[in-house]
Structure formats: C-alpha cells, structure tokens
Write a protein that binds this ligand. Structure first.
Ligand code: NAD
Length: 254
C-alpha cells in the first residue's frame, strides 16, 4: 500500500515508535522506515520488538512504559516521535480496578510526556521535529465502560496541544491522530469478548456494536493510520500543529 506519488523523505531522520511490536505501531515503524528513517522500536513484548526491529533494520528496546526510569533510559536523539503504545480495559466504573486506571494513565499519558521532554532538546537544536500521538476517537468522544482509556486519551489530547504551543517556534509540531476502530489485536480481543458475552457473531459485533456510531462500517487497516502519521511528518505539514486529525469513518461528524 505504499504510495510514492506522495512520498515524504525521511532519509537521515531517526524515529522512535512506542508499541511498535504490533498493530498501528508496527505499521508506523514500517512506513517510516520505508520513507528512509532509522527506527527505534519500543515495546514491552521482547519477541515482538525484536521482530519489528529486524524487519525494519532498526533497534529494539524492550521497555515497560509504565516505568519512568526505563523510559528515561530511551534515546533522546530522535527527530520523529510516535507515542503509540496503549491498551484497553473495559469495565463499569464501580468495577474498574484503580490500579488498572493508574497504569493506563502512566502508559498513555505520563510516558508520552516523559518521552516528549526527552526528545525536545534535540528537535529544538535541529530546528525540526515531528511528534505524533496516536490518540483515538475516544480522545474526542466518550463511550461507557472505558473510563481509563477515555481519560487517558483526553489527557493525551491536552498534552499534545501544550507541546504544540511551546515547540512551534523551534520548528517542531505536535499532533494527535484519532482513529476509529482499527484492525489490530487490541480490537480483535474486544470483538471476541463482545461476541462471547452477547452470544452473537463477530461480524455483527463489528457492525452493530463497535461501529454503531460510524458511517463507514469497516475496521480501518493500520497501514492507513501509518500513512497519516507519515503525512504529518512531511515538510508540507509544518503548519499543522496542535491538531487532532480524525480517521474515524464519520463517527465524530455525527
Ligand atoms: P496492539 O495491542 O496491537 O499494540 C499495542 C502495542 O503496545 C503492543 O505491542 C504492546 O505490547 C505495546 N504496549 C502495551 N503496553 C505497553 C507498555 N506498558 N510498554 C511498552 N509497550 C506496551 O494495539 P493497537 O490497536 O495497535 O493500538 C496502538 C495504539 O493505537 C494505542 O494507543 C491505542 O489506544 C490506539 N488506538 C487503537 C485503535 C484500534 O481500534 N486498534 C483505535 C484508536 C486508537
């Protein structure tokens, strides 16, 4: 699905993608490498990190992003930062484990904050940088039973905007990408869970439960999210900052 008519040249650039062992992160690592970047592949899953790194000719870092000391040990000489790692937990407020809520904020808000602080000095010194946060339609809209996730993604939206304001004069942009449901293991797990819980088949879960609020009733290919991330990394996108770009099949239009 590479499209060279809209090529973004990232030769000589170094990227760091969190959660790059799977799904959207892996698609981003592949796409950025395809555009010439050298990629630091960060993931808590060793085998997955090593596999993606080998595939893209990058470096694997096995790190739990909930651990601030481990995050601090990651490289800071980075031109493109993709804050992507995340996870879901579905439960009613009364049943939502507080420790899971906290871990979600650590992985999806605090780690992006720490990583942004880590890479900004290099980006500002080079007067060029791109920070892309993989938020979600849930950074803009809420759904029941997703307190930890919705809170984290809304927090990430706020962080991205502050970074955009502080970094603009240094040639660094910060943006969120807001996908609807993407075809990755994270969503496949939810589909299987809902199908079992409701006694319906998986295609019905996709159309009638997950994508109820989207006009387009199909899961998104992770390569499409990666293509948007790459677009935001182009020099043409220098004025796109502090933005949240939905790729949600019309969900937030309704
Ligand atoms: P995924 O489960 O396929 O991949 C997530 C990766 O992050 C995994 O490799 C996992 O090991 C890694 N990870 C999780 N916790 C980590 C931690 N503490 N430290 C280091 N690595 C960790 O999921 P995905 O669907 O590709 O999701 C990627 C991002 O996209 C997430 O932030 C998610 O919220 C967001 N997103 C996904 C969808 C979707 O429908 N799949 C929609 C909107 C936003």
């Amino acid at each position: 699905m590479s499209d060279n008519r809209h090529a973004v040249a990232l030769d000589g650039r170094v990227a760091l993608v969190t959660g790059a062992g799977s799904g959207i992160g892996r698609a981003c690592a592949r796409t950025l490498a395809e555009s010439g970047a050298k990629v630091h592949v960060v993931d808590v899953d060793r085998a997955a990190a090593e596999q993606t790194a080998a595939e893209v000719g990058g470096w694997a870092h096995v790190v739990d992003l909930a651990d601030p000391a481990a995050v601090d040990a990651l490289p800071g000489v980075v031109d493109v930062l993709v804050n992507n790692a995340g996870f879901q937990h579905v439960a009613a407020l009364a049943d939502f484990p507080p420790e899971t809520f906290s871990r979600m904020q650590q992985v999806m808000v605090t780690a992006p904050f720490l990583l942004t602080r880590k890479v900004l000095p290099h980006m500002c010194a080079r007067r060029w940088g791109r920070i892309v946060h993989i938020s979600s339609v849930h950074g803009l809209r809420a759904s029941p039973f997703k307190a930890g996730y919705v809170a984290a993604k809304h927090g990430l939206e706020g962080l991205s905007k502050v970074v955009a304001l502080e970094a603009a004069e240094h040639g660094v942009t910060s943006n969120c990408v807001n996908p609807g449901y993407v075809d990755t293991p994270l969503v496949r797990d939810q589909i299987a869970g809902q199908a079992a819980a409701n006694g319906i088949d998986e295609s019905e879960v996709v159309e009638r439960v997950l994508l109820q609020r989207a006009a387009l009733k199909r899961l998104i290919d992770p390569r499409r999210v990666a293509a948007l991330v790459r677009w935001l990394c182009g020099d043409h996108a220098a004025h796109v900052t502090g933005a949240s770009v939905p790729m949600d099949g019309g969900w937030t239009a309704a």
